[in-house]
Every structure is written in C-alpha cells, then in structure tokens.
Design a protein around this ligand. Structure first.
Ligand code: FAD
Length: 278
C-alpha cells in the first residue's frame, strides 16, 4: 500500500486512485496527465501488460467526464525489447485513446531513444492529425533541429530541461547553458508553432517567459508540472492559463518517490519530517 509520505508525489497504486486524484484536481481547474509507473523493460510480457493497462485506462477516462489524458514511456512499451514491440504497443494505445478521445503524451527518455521516439510520434501525429504529443529536452544539442522538424507537424510538444545525464558531445552540461537553450527553444515554439506548446517546468523564470511570449504572439500554450511540486503555483496559474498536472500511479512507486526526494533538499526534509511524525 502507498504510505502517506509518498502520496504527495504519487496518486496511488491503482488506476482508480489516479482517476479519483484527477477528479479532485479538476475541481481546481487543473487537468491530469496519468502516468502508470514502469520503464526499462527488457522482456515483452510487462510491456504488453502496461499497454493493456493503458488501453483500460483510456476507456475509463473516455467513459467519464474527467479532464485527463495519459503519458507513456517508450521503454515501458517495449523499446528495449525491440523498436517493433514499442511501435506495436504504442499503436494499440494510440488507437484505443483515439476511440475514446483521450490525448496521449510520449515521454522522452535518455538520448539513445530520441530517434525512435520522435519517429513513432511523428508517424501517429501525421496519420491522425493530432491527438498525440511528445516531450523534447532542451539540454540536448539536437533539440533546436528537432523543433524545426516538428514545427509543421500536428500534435503537441512538451519542452522540458531534461531529466537524464547525457554525455557532453550530445548535450549542454552547465545549468546556465541548459536554461539559455530552453529560452531559445521556447521563443522558437511561440514564433513558429500555431498551437500545441506545453511548458514542462516549475521554473518561475520560464513560466514568466512563456506568459510574455503568449502576450506577444498570441500562441496558445499549456503549463505542465509534476504532482507534489509547486502545487500552490499550479492552482494560481490555473486561473490564467491551461494547467496540467503530471500524476504518476502504480505499484512501482518506490523508485519514482525516492527520485523526487533525492532531487531537492526541501523534498528530502519533507520526507524525513513525514516519516518522523509517523
Ligand atoms: P529546475 O531547473 O530544476 O529548477 C528551476 C527553478 O524552478 C528552481 O530554482 C525553483 O525556483 C523551481 N523549482 C524546481 N523544482 C522545484 C520544486 N521541487 N519545488 C519548488 N520549486 C522548484 N524530463 C525528461 O527528460 N523527459 C520527460 O519526458 C519529462 N517529462 C516531464 C513532464 C513534466 C510535466 C515535468 C514538469 C517535467 C518533466 N521532465 C521530463 C523533467 C524535466 O526534464 C526536469 O528535470 C524537471 O522538470 C526540473 O526542471 P525545471 O524546469 O522544473 O526546473
């Protein structure tokens, strides 16, 4: 069972818990991106099982009045078993989601997966004329070119700074350089995209930049933040722009929870206090 300390960052273990969480967040005008925790599968069975779980989840979302969508990881759908397995499972999930009018985000994992992820995204986005989105990482040197490639592609792009640790021949390593790239990429998106811009960041400077660019160009955009991170800001922003919260769920919560705790001193203190107070 999910301990209370983890429930700040994880919606629960079952699909029912993430749907219940979505209902609560919708009351504050915040949409929910449901992510079933699971990644790096090297066998087909768990990848197929997660694809099937997503098929059931999109049917549940479609049958409800929730403002909710899903986000999948390529290695969760079998990319490390084989690109054909990933493509097959993604096609199942995207088809089921389209049947139920549910949006599908594709997370971006480490830099070795970028080509396969973008090719699969572009295939579905062009074939269906939208309904899918992909994440791009500003810390990768290639991202400016990838944005040019996707500028005329239907679907959405979520820009993040990047959660992985790629080598310096493919990535900017200094934080200031990543921030500079993020700014340049956001400016490009507001100039060249008609819509489909998602700002995946908690950084107040990037959120202000996006709001300024929206005033200047009029291009619609949405803000996406993680469950348990700057939730006060999420609620405040929800009155001013489209806000979505990325909410993970599932039995594989311990690894995700500890990643959140380790990444920031405040989160570690929060976890220690919660554990100490029982
Ligand atoms: P940072 O550069 O980490 O921090 C900048 C400033 O933001 C801080 O100084 C502080 O003011 C504020 N801030 C940041 N975190 C906190 C906090 N916990 N509490 C309070 N203030 C804070 N990465 C991928 O590689 N692939 C993905 O598919 C992916 N999907 C994502 C989806 C969403 C919705 C989000 C929000 C992030 C995703 N990420 C993904 C992670 C992303 O790459 C970054 O690692 C993560 O968002 C941290 O960068 P940041 O822009 O939020 O700000």
């Amino acid at each position: 069972m999910l301990p209370p300390v983890a429930s700040r960052f994880v919606a629960g273990e079952s699909a029912a818990t993430v749907l219940e969480h979505a209902r609560k967040m919708n009351e504050s005008d915040i949409g929910v991106i449901c992510n079933r925790l699971g990644e790096h599968y090297h066998e087909r069975a768990p990848a197929d099982a997660d694809a099937a779980a997503y098929e059931r989840l999109v049917a549940d979302i479609g049958g409800s009045d929730l403002r909710a969508c899903i986000s999948v990881k390529p290695s969760q759908l079998g990319l490390f078993v084989g690109e054909d397995v990933f493509r097959e499972n993604l096609a199942r999930v995207v088809a089921a989601a389209a049947d139920h009018s549910v949006f599908v985000w594709i997370d971006m994992e480490d830099h070795t997966t970028t080509d396969a992820t973008l090719d699969a995204f572009e295939h579905h986005a062009r074939e269906r004329g939208g309904g899918v989105g992909v994440c791009l990482q500003a810390n990768l040197r290639r991202t400016a070119e990838d944005l040019e490639r996707l500028a005329d592609c239907p679907g959405k792009v979520r820009l993040v700074k990047g959660a992985y640790d790629p080598p310096k021949d493919v990535a900017f390593r200094e934080k200031s350089r990543v921030n500079e790239a993020y700014r340049t990429d956001v400016e490009f998106m507001f100039r060249e995209f008609d819509d489909g811009i998602a700002i995946g960041s908690h950084d107040p400077a990037m959120l202000t930049l996006a709001a300024d660019l929206h005033s200047k160009h009029g291009t619609p955009y949405e803000v996406q933040m993680l469950m348990g991170v700057r939730e006060d800001a999420q609620r405040e922003l929800a009155g001013a722009c489209d806000v979505w919260q990325y909410a993970p769920y599932g039995e594989k919560w311990p690894a995700y929870f500890w990643r959140r705790v380790r990444e920031r001193k405040e989160n570690a203190l929060f976890a220690l206090r919660a554990i100490a107070s029982g």
